[in-house]
Design a protein around this ligand. Structure first.
Ligand code: BGC
Length: 741
């Protein structure tokens, strides 16, 4: 990947802020030869009270700080996980309508996680960092690492699925990539923002073990391993206190136990009280204005510091944490120019989309498409002609380019295969009405299909399907209220706009039917799955979505994505459903995480439920065989496991080798199995490779609420290895000793 090193001339920073000085008289805060902490000490000593206060609250929708007198620029933040958001007003969310704010749209979180490829995600992070430099953004408000507790959460598409280990690995890679490119990551939303319904108020009641073992690990890894320099305090409450000003989460766990040295940035408008924000660990209050002086960490805080209510040291600590971000991005010394919309960035985006695609079903090897035998293709479905990068609210990107599924298929099919398109259905455009109802949701469907329109569109699609060799139905969800969208949750798992009926009708007239799902969360397939030979979970794919899809459909790329979230048979099967309204969406303002540790596959495995498609699942155009599991070394509290994986088919392909650990002897309940290591390995036809999987002490530990430490109860632990959480052909045991971590 190209990355221009900045040519930093001495004069460039000598003239910053109107200062003219000789090298010898450089003030310490400007002297790049000094350690950053010394520079920050010096800068803080020069700041007035009101300049300090200016650094700890917003001065625009996505900016804070700036001390022109000393040449300290604004700190520019921006959304969001899938690319650099378009420019919005200084005091509003309205787009400014510029022409220089197009960016590369990377695929969103669920897609990213489905690659199971941290190395690739690190390069995606680097590309995003380069785009941030080019757009002058210091902090990218990403990644989002909230766990998919319920498949209904409208923002699951923006997150990394249901498993803390997978989420942690992907998050750490993303953060490293971004921060390697002079851009600060802001891991979000800390913590327990697992539903969008009532996100601003809901109080989460979760037991300490589930908190530590399911909901916090990705944040902890982001801090301890990723070295993330900022974290976003969530909207919701935890134990009666808003997360962006929560003493336990911010002061005790994050800054105390984990030693976080960066800044806590509030979600936009997530601060509710000056004292709590000031004293409980919030370092930067953000929001969209317009009266920034009235913010809790603005005038009211300043007055409190002046009259001694809040110690100056508290303010100085916040300023220091904010300045660490600023210095890390190089702006005090001259930052890289970065690069925007380069072919390299588009290539990374495409690779992520390709590697994420999960082949759910492929009876009779219907896929990949053989263009020499398939002379005509009917592409059906509205998602074939939609673009998605702009949707979903804060995570939207004004994409420099975005290829639709239809465009990708047309381009790849070439002129020997006739491609026809028929839309088949039309998604209702959902419009939210305020105020919301008691469950936090209200909606009116502005443009639902009339029964006549539904029949006409479906009939036309059926006619096209009948007269084609192959049918590719491209459906799923969209980024809109009550589907895959910030601020609302889904009501159920159904495919909207009568898509299921249409799929059944298509299957009845043409057995060569491929269903492609473009969405970020599981949908029900019970009604049609049996009658459809091939199903591809394509997710949202970013700028190169259509091309990525075509390359998998036509076999240029062998699918290697794996599900980062269980696809249940129905909503009734999901862990939160069992607990009724108190478990989701909550009653009397409180949501009770009654399922405790049993989130995602931990629930289905422990309760012996057969999901539609399990966590970690995904087919390939080739096949793989596993053999020779060996525990090659086991220290006191860690182990190294090896196995051999062979490509037994006739195409090159990549396999995700997944390792799950089971603790059968702990004195506390433990899930049936938990993912603790994985590796993605590419194999030529007939090739074998030995795959090594490392298990650290945490792989065996649980969080003891008695000692408040991670604890390993020594003994034999079962390890199982294979290509999906429900297909684990290899097993063995690892002996480890007692440990308190
Ligand atoms: C979202 C954040 C986002 C922020 C700024 C909030 O509503 O929850 O994820 O970064 O807005 O756009």
């Amino acid at each position: 990947m190209s990355y221009a090193t900045p040519v930093l001339t001495l004069t460039a920073f000598l003239f910053l802020g109107g200062l003219v000085a000789s090298a010898e008289s450089l003030p310490a805060y400007r002297d790049p030869s000094l350690p950053v902490e010394k520079r920050i000490d010096d800068l803080i000593s020069r700041l007035t009270l009101s300049e300090k206060i200016g650094i700890v609250h917003a001065a625009g929708t996505f900016r804070s700080g700036s001390v022109p007198r000393l040449g300290v620029p604004y700190l520019y933040t921006d959304d969001g996980p899938q690319g650099v958001r378009e420019e919005v007003g200084v005091t509003s969310w309205g787009p400014t309508g510029q022409t220089d704010d197009y960016a590369t749209a990377m695929p969103p979180g669920a897609t990213v996680a489905a690659t199971w490829d941290p190395a690739l995600i690190e390069s995606m992070g680097q590309a995003l960092g380069e785009e941030c430099c080019a757009r002058g953004k210091n902090v990218l408000l990403a990644p989002g690492v909230n766990i998919a507790r319920t498949p209904l959460c409208g923002r699951n598409y923006d997150y990394y699925g249901e498993d803390p280990w997978l989420t942690s690995r992907i998050a750490v890679a993303y953060i490293r990539g971004l921060q390697e490119r002079q851009t600060v990551a802001c891991v979000k939303h800390f913590a327990l923002n697992n539903q969008e319904v009532m996100r601003g108020t809901i109080d989460v009641d979760v037991d300490e073990r589930a908190l530590r073992e399911i909901y916090l690990p990705a944040f902890e890894a982001s801090v301890r391993e990723g070295g993330v320099l900022s974290i976003m305090g969530a909207y919701n409450q935890f134990r009666g206190q808003h997360c962006a000003e929560n003493d336990y989460l911010l002061n005790q766990v994050l800054k105390g136990e984990w030693g976080f040295r960066g800044a806590v940035i509030s979600d936009w408008g997530a601060v509710h009280d000056t004292r709590e924000a000031a004293m409980n660990g919030c370092d930067l209050e953000m929001g969209s204005g317009p009266h920034f002086d009235d913010y809790y960490l603005a005038r009211a805080f300043e007055k409190g510091v002046q009259d001694g209510t809040y110690p100056m040291a508290v303010l100085d600590d916040k300023v220091r944490r904010n300045l660490r971000m600023l210095y890390a991005t190089g702006v005090m010394d001259g930052r890289s120019a970065g690069s925007l919309n380069t072919p390299e960035h588009l290539a990374v985006s495409r690779q992520v989309a390709q590697e994420a695609m999960v082949l759910l079903k492929n009876d009779g090897a219907l896929l990949p498409i053989d263009p020499t035998r398939c002379r005509s293709i009917a592409v059906i479905g509205e998602n074939a002609v939609r673009t998605f990068a702009a949707g979903g609210n804060s995570a939207g990107v004004k994409a420099f380019r975005e290829t639709t599924a239809l465009a990708g298929i047309l381009e790849r099919a070439g002129d020997k295969t006739n491609v026809v398109f028929s839309v088949g259905y039309r998604q209702p455009i959902v419009h939210l009405v305020w105020p919301r109802d008691k469950a936090g949701v209200a909606r009116t469907e502005l443009t639902a299909m009339s029964p006549e329109e539904q029949t006409t569109l479906a009939d036309r699609a059926i006619a096209a399907a009948r007269s084609s060799d192959l049918v590719i139905f491209v459906g799923g969800l969209i980024h809109q209220a009550t589907y895959d969208d910030e601020g609302t949750d889904r009501r159920d798992l159904s495919l909207p706009a009568h898509q299921s009926e249409l799929i059944s009708r298509l299957a009845a007239v043409n057995p060569h039917l491929v269903v492609v799902l473009i969405d970020g969360s599981p949908v029900e397939m019970g009604g049609w799955l049996k009658s459809v030979p091939a199903v591809l979970q394509a997710w949202y794919g970013g700028s190169e979505a259509g091309r990525a899809l075509a390359s998998v459909l036509f076999g240029d790329v062998n699918p290697s994505g794996r599900l980062p979230i269980t696809f249940p048979q129905s909503l009734e099967q999901t862990p939160t459903y069992a607990g009724g309204a108190r478990a989701y969406p909550g009653v009397k303002g409180v949501v009770h995480y009654d399922e405790g540790l049993l989130v995602g596959y931990r629930w289905y495995d422990t309760k012996n439920l057969k999901p539609l498609f399990p966590f970690g699942y995904g087919l390939s155009y080739t096949s793989f065989a596993y053999s020779d599991l060996k525990v090659v070394s086991a220290g006191a509290d860690a182990a190294r496991v090896e196995c051999t994986v062979k490509n037994t088919g006739d195409r090159a392909g990549a396999e995700v080798v997944e390792l799950y650990v089971h603790d059968g002897h702990a004195p506390v309940p433990r899930p049936v199995k938990e993912l603790k290591a994985f590796a993605k390995v590419t194999l030529a036809p007939g090739e074998s490779k030995v795959v090594t999987l490392e298990l650290g002490p945490r792989a065996f530990a649980y969080y003891s609420t008695g000692t408040r430490h991670w604890t390993v109860d020594g003994g034999d632990f079962d390890v199982q290895v294979g290509g999906s959480s429900r297909d684990l052909p290899l097993s063995g045991t690892v002996r480890v000793a007692n440990a308190q971590l």
